[in-house]
Design a protein around this ligand. Structure first.
Ligand code: ADP
Length: 474
Protein backbone atom coordinates (compact mmCIF):
# COMPACT_ATOMS: atom_id res chain seq x y z
CA UNK A 1 0.00 0.00 0.00
CA UNK A 2 0.94 3.65 -0.34
CA UNK A 3 1.55 5.86 2.72
CA UNK A 4 2.29 9.47 1.77
CA UNK A 5 5.25 9.14 -0.58
CA UNK A 6 6.17 5.72 0.84
CA UNK A 7 5.45 2.58 -1.10
CA UNK A 8 5.01 -0.15 1.51
CA UNK A 9 5.48 -3.29 -0.55
CA UNK A 10 4.24 -6.36 1.30
CA UNK A 11 1.19 -4.63 2.79
CA UNK A 12 -2.33 -4.01 1.52
CA UNK A 13 -4.78 -1.16 1.99
CA UNK A 14 -7.72 -3.53 1.77
CA UNK A 15 -7.97 -6.90 3.38
CA UNK A 16 -7.23 -9.95 1.23
CA UNK A 17 -8.15 -13.41 2.39
CA UNK A 18 -5.99 -14.50 5.30
CA UNK A 19 -4.43 -11.06 5.83
CA UNK A 20 -3.88 -9.81 9.39
CA UNK A 21 -5.08 -6.29 10.28
CA UNK A 22 -2.72 -3.67 11.68
CA UNK A 23 -4.74 -1.60 14.12
CA UNK A 24 -4.09 1.98 15.20
CA UNK A 25 -3.82 1.72 19.02
CA UNK A 26 -5.31 5.24 19.36
CA UNK A 27 -8.48 4.60 17.35
CA UNK A 28 -8.67 0.82 17.17
CA UNK A 29 -9.26 1.14 13.41
CA UNK A 30 -7.24 -0.90 10.90
CA UNK A 31 -4.68 1.12 8.93
CA UNK A 32 -3.53 -1.70 6.66
CA UNK A 33 -3.13 -5.43 6.28
CA UNK A 34 -0.23 -7.85 5.90
CA UNK A 35 -0.25 -11.43 4.68
CA UNK A 36 -0.06 -14.32 7.12
CA UNK A 37 2.77 -16.23 5.45
CA UNK A 38 2.94 -19.99 5.62
CA UNK A 39 5.97 -21.89 6.89
CA UNK A 40 6.69 -22.75 3.25
CA UNK A 41 6.78 -19.07 2.23
CA UNK A 42 9.12 -18.32 5.13
CA UNK A 43 11.41 -21.17 4.05
CA UNK A 44 11.54 -19.79 0.53
CA UNK A 45 12.43 -16.34 1.94
CA UNK A 46 15.31 -17.99 3.80
CA UNK A 47 16.28 -19.65 0.51
CA UNK A 48 16.41 -16.27 -1.25
CA UNK A 49 18.47 -14.72 1.56
CA UNK A 50 20.76 -17.75 1.41
CA UNK A 51 21.13 -17.52 -2.38
CA UNK A 52 22.05 -13.84 -2.18
CA UNK A 53 24.60 -14.32 0.61
CA UNK A 54 27.55 -15.14 -1.65
CA UNK A 55 27.02 -12.04 -3.80
CA UNK A 56 26.34 -9.60 -0.96
CA UNK A 57 29.18 -10.81 1.26
CA UNK A 58 31.57 -10.52 -1.69
CA UNK A 59 30.82 -6.84 -2.31
CA UNK A 60 33.63 -4.59 -1.21
CA UNK A 61 32.96 -2.76 2.07
CA UNK A 62 32.85 0.59 0.24
CA UNK A 63 29.91 -0.66 -1.83
CA UNK A 64 27.94 -1.86 1.21
CA UNK A 65 28.82 1.38 2.96
CA UNK A 66 27.50 3.44 0.04
CA UNK A 67 24.19 1.56 -0.05
CA UNK A 68 23.64 1.80 3.71
CA UNK A 69 24.49 5.50 3.70
CA UNK A 70 21.99 5.99 0.90
CA UNK A 71 19.40 4.10 2.96
CA UNK A 72 20.10 6.41 5.91
CA UNK A 73 19.57 9.41 3.64
CA UNK A 74 16.32 7.97 2.24
CA UNK A 75 15.01 7.42 5.78
CA UNK A 76 15.86 11.05 6.58
CA UNK A 77 14.18 12.25 3.38
CA UNK A 78 11.01 10.27 4.22
CA UNK A 79 11.21 11.01 7.95
CA UNK A 80 7.85 12.74 8.20
CA UNK A 81 5.90 9.95 6.45
CA UNK A 82 7.78 7.31 8.44
CA UNK A 83 7.06 9.12 11.73
CA UNK A 84 3.33 9.35 10.95
CA UNK A 85 3.29 5.68 9.98
CA UNK A 86 5.05 4.76 13.21
CA UNK A 87 2.58 6.73 15.31
CA UNK A 88 -0.35 5.21 13.41
CA UNK A 89 0.73 1.63 14.03
CA UNK A 90 2.37 2.01 17.45
CA UNK A 91 0.62 4.96 19.12
CA UNK A 92 3.53 7.00 20.52
CA UNK A 93 3.38 10.81 20.23
CA UNK A 94 4.73 12.17 16.94
CA UNK A 95 7.64 13.90 18.68
CA UNK A 96 8.80 10.50 19.99
CA UNK A 97 8.21 8.90 16.58
CA UNK A 98 10.30 11.57 14.85
CA UNK A 99 13.14 10.99 17.31
CA UNK A 100 12.92 7.26 16.66
CA UNK A 101 13.14 7.71 12.89
CA UNK A 102 16.21 9.91 13.45
CA UNK A 103 17.72 7.11 15.49
CA UNK A 104 16.97 4.54 12.75
CA UNK A 105 18.72 6.75 10.17
CA UNK A 106 21.60 7.12 12.65
CA UNK A 107 22.09 3.34 12.88
CA UNK A 108 22.38 2.99 9.10
CA UNK A 109 24.78 5.92 8.92
CA UNK A 110 26.97 4.64 11.77
CA UNK A 111 27.18 1.10 10.39
CA UNK A 112 27.78 2.35 6.85
CA UNK A 113 30.98 3.73 8.36
CA UNK A 114 31.73 0.61 10.40
CA UNK A 115 31.50 -1.51 7.24
CA UNK A 116 34.72 0.12 6.08
CA UNK A 117 36.51 -0.58 9.36
CA UNK A 118 36.03 -4.31 9.62
CA UNK A 119 39.76 -4.73 9.91
CA UNK A 120 41.44 -8.00 10.79
CA UNK A 121 44.59 -8.61 12.75
CA UNK A 122 48.09 -9.95 12.20
CA UNK A 123 49.25 -11.73 15.32
CA UNK A 124 52.95 -11.62 16.24
CA UNK A 125 54.11 -15.05 15.17
CA UNK A 126 55.92 -17.33 17.63
CA UNK A 127 57.72 -18.97 14.67
CA UNK A 128 59.88 -17.64 11.86
CA UNK A 129 58.22 -19.93 9.32
CA UNK A 130 54.63 -18.83 9.80
CA UNK A 131 52.32 -15.85 9.86
CA UNK A 132 49.03 -15.68 11.79
CA UNK A 133 46.19 -13.71 10.23
CA UNK A 134 42.67 -13.10 11.54
CA UNK A 135 39.84 -11.83 9.37
CA UNK A 136 36.20 -11.12 10.23
CA UNK A 137 33.82 -12.97 7.93
CA UNK A 138 30.06 -12.38 7.85
CA UNK A 139 28.35 -15.03 9.93
CA UNK A 140 25.81 -15.88 7.22
CA UNK A 141 22.06 -15.52 6.94
CA UNK A 142 20.59 -13.73 9.97
CA UNK A 143 17.12 -14.30 11.37
CA UNK A 144 15.91 -11.14 13.14
CA UNK A 145 12.82 -10.87 15.35
CA UNK A 146 11.83 -7.44 16.64
CA UNK A 147 9.27 -6.04 19.12
CA UNK A 148 6.48 -3.49 18.69
CA UNK A 149 7.64 -0.78 21.10
CA UNK A 150 10.28 0.64 18.72
CA UNK A 151 9.13 -0.55 15.27
CA UNK A 152 11.80 1.42 13.38
CA UNK A 153 14.89 1.75 15.57
CA UNK A 154 14.90 -1.88 16.78
CA UNK A 155 14.75 -3.00 13.16
CA UNK A 156 17.56 -0.62 12.12
CA UNK A 157 19.68 -1.72 15.10
CA UNK A 158 19.72 -5.26 13.67
CA UNK A 159 19.65 -4.66 9.91
CA UNK A 160 22.38 -2.02 9.81
CA UNK A 161 25.21 -4.03 11.44
CA UNK A 162 24.12 -7.30 9.79
CA UNK A 163 24.08 -5.85 6.27
CA UNK A 164 27.25 -3.84 6.93
CA UNK A 165 29.07 -7.04 7.91
CA UNK A 166 27.97 -8.69 4.65
CA UNK A 167 25.18 -10.85 6.06
CA UNK A 168 21.75 -11.21 4.48
CA UNK A 169 18.65 -11.03 6.68
CA UNK A 170 15.21 -12.53 7.11
CA UNK A 171 13.33 -10.16 9.41
CA UNK A 172 10.15 -10.91 11.34
CA UNK A 173 8.76 -7.66 12.74
CA UNK A 174 6.20 -7.67 15.55
CA UNK A 175 2.70 -8.50 14.27
CA UNK A 176 1.33 -5.27 15.76
CA UNK A 177 3.85 -3.05 13.90
CA UNK A 178 5.18 -4.55 10.65
CA UNK A 179 4.57 -1.52 8.43
CA UNK A 180 7.60 0.54 9.52
CA UNK A 181 9.83 -2.48 8.82
CA UNK A 182 8.25 -3.06 5.39
CA UNK A 183 8.64 0.63 4.54
CA UNK A 184 12.32 0.59 5.50
CA UNK A 185 12.90 -2.60 3.50
CA UNK A 186 11.42 -0.88 0.44
CA UNK A 187 13.71 2.11 0.99
CA UNK A 188 16.55 -0.42 1.23
CA UNK A 189 15.67 -1.71 -2.23
CA UNK A 190 15.64 1.85 -3.54
CA UNK A 191 19.04 2.41 -1.92
CA UNK A 192 20.45 -0.52 -3.90
CA UNK A 193 20.22 -3.58 -1.66
CA UNK A 194 20.27 -6.56 -3.99
CA UNK A 195 17.18 -8.72 -4.43
CA UNK A 196 17.03 -11.29 -1.67
CA UNK A 197 19.49 -9.64 0.73
CA UNK A 198 16.65 -8.47 2.98
CA UNK A 199 13.41 -10.40 3.33
CA UNK A 200 10.58 -9.31 5.62
CA UNK A 201 8.21 -12.06 6.69
CA UNK A 202 4.83 -11.48 8.33
CA UNK A 203 2.36 -13.80 9.98
CA UNK A 204 2.00 -16.05 12.99
CA UNK A 205 4.94 -15.54 15.38
CA UNK A 206 5.24 -19.13 16.58
CA UNK A 207 5.10 -20.55 13.04
CA UNK A 208 7.74 -18.18 11.71
CA UNK A 209 9.83 -18.53 14.88
CA UNK A 210 9.90 -22.32 14.51
CA UNK A 211 11.11 -22.04 10.90
CA UNK A 212 13.76 -19.39 11.60
CA UNK A 213 15.17 -21.25 14.60
CA UNK A 214 15.02 -24.72 13.02
CA UNK A 215 16.46 -23.94 9.58
CA UNK A 216 20.18 -24.76 9.33
CA UNK A 217 20.64 -22.07 6.67
CA UNK A 218 20.16 -19.40 9.36
CA UNK A 219 23.44 -18.93 11.25
CA UNK A 220 22.50 -16.25 13.74
CA UNK A 221 19.24 -15.38 15.45
CA UNK A 222 18.96 -11.84 16.74
CA UNK A 223 15.95 -11.24 18.96
CA UNK A 224 14.60 -8.35 20.98
CA UNK A 225 11.57 -8.98 23.15
CA UNK A 226 10.46 -10.61 26.36
CA UNK A 227 12.65 -12.91 28.42
CA UNK A 228 10.03 -15.67 28.15
CA UNK A 229 10.09 -15.64 24.33
CA UNK A 230 13.89 -15.27 24.31
CA UNK A 231 14.20 -18.37 26.48
CA UNK A 232 11.96 -20.33 24.11
CA UNK A 233 13.93 -19.23 21.04
CA UNK A 234 17.20 -20.10 22.80
CA UNK A 235 15.90 -23.64 23.29
CA UNK A 236 14.65 -23.86 19.71
CA UNK A 237 18.07 -22.81 18.38
CA UNK A 238 19.85 -25.62 20.22
CA UNK A 239 19.09 -28.15 17.49
CA UNK A 240 21.12 -26.26 14.89
CA UNK A 241 23.63 -24.67 17.34
CA UNK A 242 22.91 -21.13 16.20
CA UNK A 243 24.62 -18.13 17.60
CA UNK A 244 22.12 -15.91 19.42
CA UNK A 245 21.89 -12.23 20.15
CA UNK A 246 19.20 -11.55 22.75
CA UNK A 247 18.00 -8.21 24.07
CA UNK A 248 15.40 -9.19 26.64
CA UNK A 249 13.41 -7.75 29.48
CA UNK A 250 14.73 -5.33 32.05
CA UNK A 251 13.75 -3.99 35.42
CA UNK A 252 15.66 -0.76 35.60
CA UNK A 253 16.31 0.84 38.99
CA UNK A 254 16.42 4.64 39.29
CA UNK A 255 18.49 5.56 42.33
CA UNK A 256 18.60 9.10 43.71
CA UNK A 257 21.40 9.84 46.21
CA UNK A 258 21.02 12.58 48.84
CA UNK A 259 23.38 15.01 47.04
CA UNK A 260 21.59 14.74 43.67
CA UNK A 261 20.30 17.76 41.75
CA UNK A 262 16.67 16.98 42.57
CA UNK A 263 15.17 19.23 39.92
CA UNK A 264 17.13 17.51 37.15
CA UNK A 265 16.74 14.02 38.63
CA UNK A 266 12.96 14.28 38.99
CA UNK A 267 12.47 15.74 35.50
CA UNK A 268 14.65 13.03 33.96
CA UNK A 269 12.91 10.35 36.03
CA UNK A 270 9.52 11.34 34.63
CA UNK A 271 10.84 11.56 31.05
CA UNK A 272 12.46 8.12 31.29
CA UNK A 273 9.45 6.53 32.98
CA UNK A 274 6.64 7.86 30.81
CA UNK A 275 8.31 7.80 27.36
CA UNK A 276 6.17 5.56 25.16
CA UNK A 277 3.91 5.20 28.22
CA UNK A 278 6.52 3.11 29.99
CA UNK A 279 6.66 0.57 27.18
CA UNK A 280 10.45 0.44 26.84
CA UNK A 281 12.81 -2.21 28.14
CA UNK A 282 15.15 0.40 29.66
CA UNK A 283 12.51 2.52 31.38
CA UNK A 284 12.79 2.70 35.18
CA UNK A 285 10.57 0.20 36.96
CA UNK A 286 11.76 0.81 40.53
CA UNK A 287 12.62 4.19 42.06
CA UNK A 288 14.84 4.24 45.15
CA UNK A 289 14.96 7.78 46.53
CA UNK A 290 17.10 8.65 49.54
CA UNK A 291 14.94 9.53 52.52
CA UNK A 292 16.60 12.97 52.93
CA UNK A 293 15.44 14.11 49.47
CA UNK A 294 12.33 11.98 49.05
CA UNK A 295 9.78 14.74 49.71
CA UNK A 296 11.51 17.21 47.39
CA UNK A 297 11.86 14.59 44.66
CA UNK A 298 8.21 13.54 44.92
CA UNK A 299 6.96 17.10 44.76
CA UNK A 300 8.95 17.84 41.58
CA UNK A 301 8.15 14.44 40.05
CA UNK A 302 4.41 14.99 40.54
CA UNK A 303 4.63 18.35 38.73
CA UNK A 304 5.94 16.45 35.69
CA UNK A 305 3.36 13.69 36.05
CA UNK A 306 0.50 16.18 36.25
CA UNK A 307 1.67 17.76 32.99
CA UNK A 308 1.23 14.54 31.00
CA UNK A 309 -1.64 14.59 28.54
CA UNK A 310 -3.02 11.28 27.29
CA UNK A 311 -4.21 11.53 23.71
CA UNK A 312 -3.82 10.63 20.06
CA UNK A 313 -0.14 10.83 19.16
CA UNK A 314 -0.92 13.00 16.13
CA UNK A 315 -2.23 15.76 18.40
CA UNK A 316 0.80 17.90 19.36
CA UNK A 317 -0.65 18.35 22.87
CA UNK A 318 -0.54 14.60 23.55
CA UNK A 319 2.41 13.45 25.63
CA UNK A 320 1.17 10.12 27.00
CA UNK A 321 0.86 7.29 24.47
CA UNK A 322 -1.86 4.65 24.53
CA UNK A 323 -0.79 1.15 25.49
CA UNK A 324 -0.31 -1.16 22.55
CA UNK A 325 -3.44 -3.24 23.18
CA UNK A 326 -6.01 -4.31 25.75
CA UNK A 327 -3.81 -7.14 27.02
CA UNK A 328 -1.19 -4.55 27.99
CA UNK A 329 -3.85 -2.58 29.90
CA UNK A 330 -4.92 -5.66 31.80
CA UNK A 331 -1.30 -6.38 32.80
CA UNK A 332 -0.85 -2.85 34.15
CA UNK A 333 -4.11 -3.12 36.09
CA UNK A 334 -2.91 -6.40 37.60
CA UNK A 335 0.37 -4.84 38.73
CA UNK A 336 -1.34 -1.82 40.29
CA UNK A 337 -3.99 -3.81 42.13
CA UNK A 338 -1.35 -6.26 43.39
CA UNK A 339 0.72 -3.33 44.77
CA UNK A 340 -2.31 -1.70 46.42
CA UNK A 341 -3.35 -5.05 47.90
CA UNK A 342 0.12 -5.38 49.44
CA UNK A 343 0.11 -1.95 51.06
CA UNK A 344 1.35 0.54 48.42
CA UNK A 345 -0.11 4.04 48.49
CA UNK A 346 -1.76 5.38 45.35
CA UNK A 347 -0.66 8.99 44.82
CA UNK A 348 -1.67 9.55 41.18
CA UNK A 349 -3.67 7.68 38.54
CA UNK A 350 -4.41 4.03 39.18
CA UNK A 351 -7.10 3.57 36.56
CA UNK A 352 -7.85 3.59 32.83
CA UNK A 353 -7.85 7.14 31.49
CA UNK A 354 -11.28 8.76 31.07
CA UNK A 355 -10.66 9.15 27.29
CA UNK A 356 -11.08 5.37 27.03
CA UNK A 357 -9.35 3.28 24.38
CA UNK A 358 -5.97 1.84 25.36
CA UNK A 359 -4.92 4.65 27.70
CA UNK A 360 -3.94 4.16 31.32
CA UNK A 361 -3.40 7.19 33.55
CA UNK A 362 0.10 8.19 34.57
CA UNK A 363 0.32 6.44 37.92
CA UNK A 364 2.49 6.98 40.98
CA UNK A 365 2.69 4.38 43.74
CA UNK A 366 4.50 5.01 47.02
CA UNK A 367 5.68 2.72 49.83
CA UNK A 368 6.46 0.05 47.28
CA UNK A 369 7.81 -3.17 48.80
CA UNK A 370 10.02 -5.90 47.36
CA UNK A 371 7.36 -8.60 47.09
CA UNK A 372 5.04 -6.59 44.87
CA UNK A 373 4.81 -7.50 41.18
CA UNK A 374 5.98 -4.00 40.25
CA UNK A 375 9.23 -4.73 42.10
CA UNK A 376 9.89 -8.05 40.40
CA UNK A 377 8.43 -7.99 36.88
CA UNK A 378 8.44 -5.54 34.00
CA UNK A 379 5.22 -3.51 34.18
CA UNK A 380 5.55 -2.07 30.64
CA UNK A 381 3.13 0.69 31.47
CA UNK A 382 2.95 4.23 32.91
CA UNK A 383 3.40 3.23 36.54
CA UNK A 384 6.14 4.74 38.71
CA UNK A 385 6.84 2.61 41.80
CA UNK A 386 8.55 4.74 44.47
CA UNK A 387 10.23 3.85 47.73
CA UNK A 388 12.64 5.67 50.01
CA UNK A 389 15.90 4.31 51.40
CA UNK A 390 18.59 5.11 53.94
CA UNK A 391 21.02 2.24 53.31
CA UNK A 392 22.54 2.22 49.81
CA UNK A 393 23.98 -1.27 50.32
CA UNK A 394 20.44 -2.60 50.72
CA UNK A 395 19.42 -0.92 47.47
CA UNK A 396 22.39 -2.44 45.65
CA UNK A 397 21.56 -5.87 47.05
CA UNK A 398 17.95 -5.52 45.96
CA UNK A 399 18.96 -4.42 42.43
CA UNK A 400 21.42 -7.29 42.10
CA UNK A 401 18.90 -9.82 43.40
CA UNK A 402 16.86 -9.35 40.23
CA UNK A 403 17.05 -11.91 37.42
CA UNK A 404 17.24 -8.91 35.08
CA UNK A 405 20.35 -6.85 34.39
CA UNK A 406 19.65 -4.52 31.49
CA UNK A 407 19.76 -0.85 32.46
CA UNK A 408 19.73 1.40 35.50
CA UNK A 409 20.13 5.03 36.49
CA UNK A 410 21.85 6.76 39.36
CA UNK A 411 21.81 10.45 40.29
CA UNK A 412 24.13 12.34 42.59
CA UNK A 413 27.09 14.75 42.68
CA UNK A 414 29.94 12.77 44.23
CA UNK A 415 31.57 11.35 41.11
CA UNK A 416 33.62 8.70 42.90
CA UNK A 417 30.53 7.50 44.77
CA UNK A 418 28.49 7.41 41.55
CA UNK A 419 31.17 5.49 39.69
CA UNK A 420 31.71 2.94 42.45
CA UNK A 421 27.98 2.41 42.85
CA UNK A 422 27.43 2.03 39.10
CA UNK A 423 30.29 -0.48 38.92
CA UNK A 424 28.76 -2.54 41.71
CA UNK A 425 25.44 -2.96 39.90
CA UNK A 426 24.94 -6.08 37.76
CA UNK A 427 23.64 -4.14 34.78
CA UNK A 428 24.69 -3.91 31.13
CA UNK A 429 24.14 -0.13 31.03
CA UNK A 430 24.03 2.57 33.67
CA UNK A 431 22.97 6.17 33.12
CA UNK A 432 24.86 8.38 35.59
CA UNK A 433 23.02 11.71 35.79
CA UNK A 434 21.69 10.83 32.32
CA UNK A 435 18.84 8.81 30.82
CA UNK A 436 19.22 8.55 27.04
CA UNK A 437 21.25 5.36 26.81
CA UNK A 438 20.24 4.24 23.31
CA UNK A 439 22.82 5.60 20.89
CA UNK A 440 24.09 3.87 17.79
CA UNK A 441 27.76 4.23 18.78
CA UNK A 442 27.25 2.61 22.20
CA UNK A 443 27.01 -1.11 23.08
CA UNK A 444 23.40 -1.76 24.07
CA UNK A 445 22.49 -4.93 25.95
CA UNK A 446 22.13 -6.63 29.27
CA UNK A 447 23.54 -9.26 31.58
CA UNK A 448 21.90 -12.19 33.40
CA UNK A 449 18.43 -12.96 32.00
CA UNK A 450 18.32 -9.64 30.16
CA UNK A 451 20.20 -11.09 27.25
CA UNK A 452 23.28 -12.08 25.31
CA UNK A 453 25.59 -9.90 23.25
CA UNK A 454 25.45 -6.21 22.41
CA UNK A 455 23.88 -4.12 19.67
CA UNK A 456 25.46 -0.89 18.47
CA UNK A 457 28.98 0.44 18.66
CA UNK A 458 32.02 -1.24 17.18
CA UNK A 459 31.21 -4.50 18.99
CA UNK A 460 27.79 -4.37 17.31
CA UNK A 461 29.19 -5.29 13.89
CA UNK A 462 31.45 -8.00 15.32
CA UNK A 463 28.36 -9.80 16.65
CA UNK A 464 27.49 -10.51 13.01
CA UNK A 465 30.96 -11.83 12.15
CA UNK A 466 32.97 -14.94 12.75
CA UNK A 467 36.71 -14.51 13.11
CA UNK A 468 38.69 -16.75 10.77
CA UNK A 469 42.24 -17.57 11.77
CA UNK A 470 44.62 -18.27 8.89
CA UNK A 471 48.01 -19.80 9.56
CA UNK A 472 50.33 -19.13 6.66
CA UNK A 473 53.55 -21.11 6.31
CA UNK A 474 56.32 -19.04 4.74
P1 ADP B 1 5.59 -8.88 23.87
O1 ADP B 1 4.88 -9.78 24.83
O2 ADP B 1 6.00 -7.60 24.46
O3 ADP B 1 4.94 -8.75 22.53
P2 ADP B 1 7.32 -10.87 22.79
O4 ADP B 1 8.63 -11.37 23.27
O5 ADP B 1 6.19 -11.82 22.77
O6 ADP B 1 7.00 -9.60 23.64
O7 ADP B 1 7.44 -10.27 21.31
C1 ADP B 1 8.63 -9.83 20.71
C2 ADP B 1 8.73 -10.42 19.33
O8 ADP B 1 8.77 -11.84 19.47
C3 ADP B 1 7.53 -10.12 18.42
O9 ADP B 1 8.01 -9.98 17.09
C4 ADP B 1 6.71 -11.38 18.55
O10 ADP B 1 5.87 -11.61 17.46
C5 ADP B 1 7.80 -12.41 18.62
N1 ADP B 1 7.39 -13.71 19.16
C6 ADP B 1 6.50 -13.98 20.15
N2 ADP B 1 6.39 -15.32 20.33
C7 ADP B 1 7.23 -15.91 19.45
C8 ADP B 1 7.57 -17.26 19.11
N3 ADP B 1 7.02 -18.30 19.75
N4 ADP B 1 8.46 -17.46 18.12
C9 ADP B 1 9.03 -16.43 17.47
N5 ADP B 1 8.76 -15.16 17.73
C10 ADP B 1 7.86 -14.88 18.69
Amino acid sequence: MQWGKLNIAGSNKDQKQGDAAINDPATGAPIGYVPAMSAETVRSAIGMAHDSLAGWSATVPQERSRILRRLSQLIAEHAEDLAHLLTAEQGKPLAEARAEIGSAAGYFEFFSEEARRLNGEIIASPRADSRLLVTHKPIGVVGAITPWNFPASMVARKLAPALAAGCTVVLKPAPQTPLSALAMAELGRQAGLPEGALQVVTGDAATIGAVLTGDPRISFLSFTGSTATGRLLYQQCAGTIKKLGLELGGHAPFIVLPDADIEKAATAAAAAKFRNSGQTCVCPNRFFIHEAVYAAFLQRFLVEVDRLVPGDGRDPKSTLAPLIDQAALVKVERHVSDALGKGAKLTRGGRRAPIGGNWYEATVLENVGPTMMVSCEETFGPVAALSSFTDLDQVKASVNASQYGLAGYIWGRDIAMLLKTAESLELGMVGINAIHLGMEMAPIGGVKQSGLGREGGHVGILEYCEPQYLLLGV
